[in-house]
Design a protein around this ligand. Structure first.
Ligand SMILES: Cc1cc2nc3c(=O)[nH]c(=O)nc-3n(C[C@H](O)[C@H](O)[C@H](O)COP(=O)(O)OP(=O)(O)OC[C@H]3O[C@@H](n4cnc5c(N)ncnc54)[C@H](O)[C@@H]3O)c2cc1C
Length: 313
């Protein structure tokens, strides 16, 4: 464990060795050396200043729905933005929403304002900050990036607004990913639509998800990006991987691009199963599967993540 040289800011509860399996949808992996949920933006900046002064790596956490945490956990500070960046403000057709607001909650709030555009997000269990990294969206092409007018970020210690023109959004990635910028909030442009129509659309999308995805078991959503012109689920199934298992991690019999478990899997099982799936798909179909989920760990990432090239189809 590293030894911070300075006392943490007074009044901000700081958890030590907090299990990240409690904060992620995959429910595997070890602890964060330090974990905090600051209540305000001022607390957030104080905390980041402390982490910086101590030389701690900072990892922002949204919904924890797109990451697999190493069994050893991660050193440094994991900071949840749910409280400090939890505000939503509607102004006409615009909504300014904090990075820690969950997509389904925002979609419902927009419906209450008779504003459409976020229907696609009703079943995506991520926060705005995380969704902007991966340009979260669904198969029919709708995605969060299409709605963005501006994104407020913390760039080192400086708060600034990045206009739409300076951002790019592609298939499950964006220019924010890997930029080192911490997203604080986004301004989205929505479209007037009758609440009943919005709700009907959302019910249909939720129903389709319920029927095709293993919603009751721990999972991290789609494990792999769709290969060019195809679907990862289809190619994994075609390579005979449905039901394939390592430890208690297995390829979902319902949807082959999901890895599920009974609560007892290790992150190493998940990573080994991903590598096995990649090998079979490569050997049988000549297709290279690239992970969509992100690996959080201090040691070099497992082999399944080595070949990851962040290129779109
Ligand atoms: C059951 C299930 C279904 C899913 N369905 C879909 C789907 O239909 N479409 C889809 O696109 N995705 C889907 N996902 C994946 C996931 O929900 C999305 O990628 C989501 O947008 C990730 O957001 P998050 O807040 O959970 O990010 P996290 O998993 O918390 O974090 C992901 C990355 O974003 C970074 N990050 C988070 N917040 C910030 C911030 N404020 N500033 C800077 N960096 C930040 C983290 O550090 C991390 O690197 C699904 C996942 C699950 C579990």
């Amino acid at each position: 464990m590293s030894a911070p040289a300075l006392e943490p800011p007074v009044g901000i509860p700081l958890l030590r060795e907090e299990p990240l399996s409690r904060h992620t949808y995959m429910r595997v992996g070890g602890p964060a050396e330090y974990f905090a949920t600051p209540a305000t933006l001022d607390e957030l900046t104080d905390l980041l200043g402390w982490a910086h002064a101590c030389g701690l790596r900072v990892r922002p956490l949204g919904g924890g729905s797109n990451i697999v945490v190493a069994d050893e956990g991660v050193r440094g500070l994991v900071v949840s933005l749910r409280r400090a960046c939890g505000d939503t403000r509607f102004e006409g057709e615009l909504v300014r929403v904090g990075a820690g607001v969950m997509l389904p909650a925002l979609a419902r709030a927009a419906a209450e304002h008779d504003l459409g555009g976020l229907e696609f997000a009703i079943g995506i269990p991520g926060c705005i900050g995380g969704a902007l990294q991966s340009n979260a969206g669904i198969g029919d092409g709708r995605s969060i990036g299409q709605l963005v007018e501006a994104v407020d970020v913390l760039d080192g210690a400086r708060r600034r607004s990045v206009p739409r023109a300076d951002l790019t959004f592609d298939y499950r990635t964006s220019s924010l990913r890997g930029s080192g910028l911490l997203v604080l909030a986004a301004t989205l442009r929505l479209t007037p639509r009758a609440r009943a129509d919005i709700e009907q659309d959302m019910q249909r999308l939720l129903g389709a998800r319920q029927a095709s995805q293993p919603t009751a078991e721990p999972n991290a959503g789609s494990m792999f990006r769709n290969p060019p012109g195809d679907f990862a689920g289809r190619v994994i199934e075609a390579a005979g991987c449905k039901g394939l298992a390592v430890g208690s991690a297995r390829v979902s019999p319902l949807h082959a691009n999901f890895i599920v478990h009974d609560g007892s899997a290790r992150a190493s099982d998940v990573a080994a199963l991903m590598a096995l799936v990649q090998e079979r798909v490569r050997a049988q179909l000549g297709i290279e599967l690239v992970p969509e989920v992100e690996w959080w760990g201090d040691e070099p990432a497992p082999v399944a993540f080595h070949r990851a090239k962040m290129t779109g189809p």
